[in-house]
Design a binder for this molecule. Structure first.
Ligand SMILES: Cc1cc2nc3c(=O)[nH]c(=O)nc-3n(C[C@H](O)[C@H](O)[C@H](O)COP(=O)(O)OP(=O)(O)OC[C@H]3O[C@@H](n4cnc5c(N)ncnc54)[C@H](O)[C@@H]3O)c2cc1C
Length: 541
């Protein structure tokens, strides 16, 4: 985490930075301010500390040859530490734009700096250092929402549970917050937000840089799942001015997967969250701007250059658009489903949910790959997993290794021809009734956790009739577009649409949102990267 640079490496940093003297007590980075500079110690000493609600904790002491910075520097997000001078001396100050350039052009320094940044960020999260404290309850759906949002965005935070920890009520009294107002978020040590929306929290924590509405980007990518992130990495690394809009957090569906075992190059598997974090860091290293909690609300395809209107009124423009908005889980038609969402009904199986269900029985609805993975993952922590499948068996598309693991795991009970018919409980979910679809017999079980993983619908509602879709709402591209599709869209060019191009020139669709795509991480990544080659083609036209 804290390597010491050689004299030759220091000299290379000197050429891109500015050297200056520092005096004891000088503050170089303020906690909560955007990190715009990297500091390299030539002489003297720097200390990094993080202020929690009640105390200050030391993060690091840096001497000659060592440097400041962590992953948040790449995107200019606020830092979680205050860095100040404890021994007077001299530093090299490198601004963010120069640093990004250096990371791309000096592989030796790039590797040392990037490795330290990633390791430090991981440690900051593991140690719970940070500028956010959530005060909530494990029975509150919004507490779960906020914890998941920060976890999925890789933002360190502390959690205080009203029911489980002493002194929390005192803290709430001190803040003048009644117990009915939880969850409460103490953001950057000062601002108290009561049950904030994700976008409000993202703004408070400075997740996003300001968007320049006058700028015409080379490419705007909607969605930061595997497909969108791959497009961002290739686009930015090939010199395109690339903006990514993500309504939630980088990673998409893959980000909710506990362990992806069939993605090339990871023989022991990789969690979706880790894959997403690495890809996001990689995209930012190459200079892509990734905005989170920003929803593409409308594609304005009549305008040239194309425009995307965001929730909240901002509008961004681009010469090419890549749609990578993927798909989301189909929700079963069950009374009271929404009431229990986050309070016993979940759509992702990550360590956050596993912790909530530890030692209990759980139900997983669905017979496909994602349901199978969730069942296997949860079976390690819970008492029993009941896997409910409406048809007569697991989906034919389920990977063989998963089907075998489900059969071999004694903590998983597979119930075929079975569907949930009722959810019951006062407050959180307490019991579930399911029915054998062959005999009609119903059973009630005292189970308070249900994971819904029953197929997906494409996120294409926001396209507002701009593009030709198939009967299920997926975007048609390339050779799948019929003559009728193209004449309805008034296709203006002499050439046919390119491979991943939609019925509008320069608008591409990749990954799960595309009609006929293979719904896998590797194919989404492949399509995202291919799309960039096609964007170059369109920009040259
Ligand atoms: C639990 C689970 C486990 C899985 N395990 C595996 C596995 O082991 N191996 C495998 O190969 N595949 C697996 N899959 C499938 C794989 O995750 C998907 O095929 C892949 O994520 C598709 O990538 P994508 O980028 O096309 O779409 P998605 O992953 O769906 O990403 C789309 C992104 O777009 C965002 N978005 C949606 N609408 C908007 C909007 N209007 N504005 C801005 N952003 C928007 C979403 O928030 C999301 O982040 C799994 C899926 C799930 C759910």
């Amino acid at each position: 985490m804290f390597p010491v640079l050689t004299a030759a490496q220091l000299n290379r940093l000197r050429t891109v930075g500015r050297e200056r003297d520092v005096a004891r007590g000088d503050v170089l980075v303020r906690m909560g301010d955007r990190i715009d500079h990297l500091y390299v110690v030539i002489a003297g000493q720097l200390d990094a500390v993080s202020t929690q609600v009640k105390s200050e904790r030391g993060l690091a002491t840096l001497g000659p040859g060592q440097f400041t910075g962590e992953v948040n520097m790449l995107s200019g997000r606020p830092g979680v530490a205050r860095i100040f001078v404890t021994e007077p001396g001299r530093v090299v100050e490198v601004d963010r734009a120069r640093l990004l350039q250096l990371l791309q052009t000096d592989p030796d320094l790039g590797e040392i700096l990037m490795r330290a940044f990633v390791l430090r960020h991981t440690e900051i999260i593991a140690q719970g250092f940070g500028d956010v404290v959530i005060v909530g309850s494990s029975h509150s759906p919004d507490t779960l929402r906020i914890r998941e949002f920060l976890t999925r965005n890789g933002h360190p935070h502390s959690y205080l549970d009203l029911e489980r920890e002493a002194g929390v009520q005192d803290l709430l009294d001190h803040l003048g917050v009644g117990p009915g107002a939880i969850p409460v978020v103490i953001c950057r040590g000062k601002i108290v937000l009561r049950n904030p929306a994700n976008a409000v929290l993202a703004d408070c924590l400075g997740f996003n840089e300001t968007m320049d509405q006058a700028r015409v980007h080379d490419v705007v990518i909607a969605g930061a799942g595997p497909a969108g992130l791959a497009a961002a990495v290739y686009g930015a690394s090939e010199g395109l001015d690339t903006l990514v809009l993500e309504m939630y957090a980088p990673g998409g569906q893959a980000g909710s997967s506990s362990l992806i075992e069939n993605y090339l190059g990871f023989p022991t598997g990789i969690s979706g969250q880790e894959l997403a974090a690495r890809a996001n860091t990689q995209a930012q290293k190459f200079g892509a701007q990734v905005a989170v909690a920003r929803t593409a609300a409308q594609l304005q395809c009549g305008d040239k250059p194309y425009a995307v209107a965001l929730d909240g009124g901002t509008r961004v423009r681009a010469r090419a658009i890549i749609i990578a908005t993927g798909a989301e889980y189909r929700k079963p038609a069950l009374n009271r489903l929404a009431e229990f969402e986050g309070g016993g009904v979940y759509y992702a199986a990550t360590p956050v949910e596993a912790q909530l269900c530890r030692g209990d029985e759980v139900i997983v609805i669905g017979g496909g790959n994602s349901a199978g993975q969730a069942a296997v993952f949860l079976s390690k922590d819970v008492k029993k997993v009941h896997m409910l499948v409406r048809s007569g068996g697991l989906a034919e598309t389920m990977s063989r290794y998963l089907a075998r693991r489900i059969e071999e795991t004694s903590a998983i009970a597979l119930h075929v021809n079975t569907e949930v018919v009722a959810l019951e409980g006062d407050g959180p979910l307490q019991s579930v009734r399911w029915r054998d679809t062959k005999t009609g017999a119903e059973e009630q079980h005292q189970i308070g956790h249900i994971f819904v993983m029953a197929g997906a619908v494409p996120n294409t509602r926001w396209l507002d009739g701009c593009l030709a879709l198939d009967k299920d709402g997926f975007i048609k591209t390339g050779p799948d577009l019929s003559h009728d599709d193209l004449s309805a869209a008034r296709w203006p060019l002499a050439r046919a649409p390119l491979l991943l191009e939609s019925s509008r020139p320069g608008v591409f669709a990749v990954g799960d949102v595309r009609a006929g795509s293979i719904k896998r991480v590797a194919s989404a990544v492949g399509e995202g990267s291919i799309a960039i080659a096609l964007v170059h083609h369109v920009l040259r036209e």
